[in-house]
Design a protein. Structure first.
Length: 86
């Protein structure tokens, strides 16, 4: 289990499974999708920026399996380039 440096006190994280990298910023941090166990809780899908070697994490979004299933349904018919043409 690795310690994650966040401002609200000591928070622990354990990346159970790395799913993939969405993008890499100029700073070298990756926006990743992973399954993460925070503070010993149940593993959840997690999307956030991570420093190289996962030594620090930025703000992100954690979702339950049910929330991921709903998101998949919502995105099934979404055109990701639609906003660019509005």
């Amino acid at each position: 289990m690795s310690e994650v440096d966040m401002p609200k006190g000591e928070i622990t994280s354990e990346i159970i499974k790395e799913i993939g990298v969405l993008s890499t910023g100029k700073s070298g941090w990756n926006r990743e999708v992973n399954i993460v166990r925070w503070n010993g809780g149940n593993p959840k899908i997690d999307i956030r920026d991570w420093a190289p070697n996962h030594e620090k994490a930025g703000k992100g979004l954690t979702m339950t399996g049910e929330e991921v299933a709903v998101l998949k349904e919502l995105l099934a018919e979404y055109d990701p380039y639609e906003a660019e043409s509005l």
